[in-house]
Design a protein around this ligand. Sequence first.
Ligand code: ATP
Length: 581
Amino acid sequence: MLFGLMTRLLAGHKGAVAAIVALQLVQTAGNLLLPTINAAIIDDGIVAGNTPEIFRLGTVMVLIAAVQASAAIAAGYFGAVVAMKLGHQLRGEVFTRIQSLSSQEMAAFGTQSLVTRATNDTQQIQSFAVLVFTMLVAAPVMAAGGVLLAWQQDMVLSSVVMVIMPILLLIMYLIVRRLVPLYRQGQELLDRTGELFREQIIGANVIRAFVRQGHETRRFAKANSSLTGNNLQSSLLVAGMLPLIMIVVNLSSVAVVWFGGQRVYDGGMKIGALTAFIAYILQILLAIMMAMYVFMTAPRAAACAERLGAVLGAKPSVQDHKAPQETRQGSSLEGGCVTFRNVGFSYPGAENPVLEDISFTARPGTTVAIVGSTGSGKSTLLSLVPRFLDATAGTISIGGRNICSMPLDLLRRTMAVVPQLSHLFSGTIADNLRVAAPEATERQLWEALETAQAAGFVRALPRGMDTEVGQGGTNLSGGQRQRLCIARALLRRVPVYLFDDSFSALDFATEARVRDALEIALEGAVVIVVAERISTAAGASQILVLDDGRLVAQGTHLQLLETSATYREIAESQLALDDAP
Ligand SMILES: Nc1ncnc2c1ncn2[C@@H]1O[C@H](COP(=O)(O)OP(=O)(O)OP(=O)(O)O)[C@@H](O)[C@H]1O
């Protein structure tokens, strides 16, 4: 997975990668040449008493060192640039994929896991790329070149290399094998800890209200300890590796000096060759350590690549039927009806459908209200219209056209949605309103606010429309947030408006004023409203009564009071509540 991901991401940077490889080869060749020249200075210059040769070879060494240093700096620079671009591209791809997922797939991954994958996991891949560019070509070339040149200096002494290489490779294999599952588990534990943080920050007041701080602290401590334990295990493995390698390196240096000294003493080897040999042994060991470092980091990057692969490979359940030439023709559906024909919906893996056999037509210039008990499927029904979810049975059409055959852009441009949870973004009130219509003038913004009965409180704010809204709109009341969301939707002049229980935080008088204003503002459009209160639904041209996912009755308020026991029950329970002292 990691290899596949890296090769795919690097496909667009072939030139830069080739330059990095070439520069690393130059750098490594310089490293390998220097000990041989150094040996020649000792044997042919110092031992032979030839001063001009010392100057000549010394100059060559300085030149090689300068080229080698320049190549190393350039390779490091290009490596960092390509790795950063790779991280940038990967984050962009993950972001785009997450945008295309429906709420079902997002729920399956979990919000926090998606955040960790898009940030921490991509960062791990980016860091791994830096390492690869710095070491992956240099290490094998240095090791292979070192072995060859050491062999060339003294064949007998090279047997030391043959003994230490397999030992080092075995140590590397044993450590990496243990690290892979530890790193994978580590990323999952990081998700879990992040999720707990998120829950406890968002639900801080609930935790305080129910005096659950002790319980939550223990819950967090448990997750924190698991993460620490996991990180400690992997860190200990990595930390333990270095002394192990140093033992092998020091023992092999001692063996080389011991046996090499004997060979120099016996006249089988020159003193310069022995110094070169020691330098090559150290280079071989350095190369192996570099490779080990890459292989130790690889398991974590592999675990991250697997997690990113799962996101990038996730098939959005809502597929877009792209037809670019159509995407700007949102108004072509103006005046069309929204029609449900035998529509059903089931969540994947659920035993029973949430909606079954729903048929109705919402005509332009009319309001359709959907009522029903909690969990009867009202929000699910509404989310089928903009295709936040796709119906699993039947068809939905707008203006006679099946919504599944329309490009999503075109479909969603035909409607404005006020969601059940009033979501606002960080930025000013004006910024939030312009989410719906970026080109809207100040006058249009105030008109929308007036209709949503929000102009009064916005005007009363010290900075008016330029007031900063905290993320999620936390510095506003529930009713204020809800009215801003209504105003936002009104800024779009579209044929279809969907309100998902969008008046629940308003008092009766404000709701009545909003409804009256909407009636004028949305004249001629199809309006579908999920209503918890009978008062919200009573004025609608058509009321749909849902019970356990089935459409059990439809008609006007007066008709339903006569014909539908379910509707009467809901109406009577609310009237009883309203009359209660
Ligand atoms: N992601 C999901 N996976 C599985 N089941 C779900 C999911 N979301 C909702 N449901 C189920 O679908 C049913 C209908 O939910 P829905 O939110 O449409 O009801 P509702 O009538 O709008 O309720 P309310 O009035 O409380 O908002 C519920 O029984 C709920 O448990």
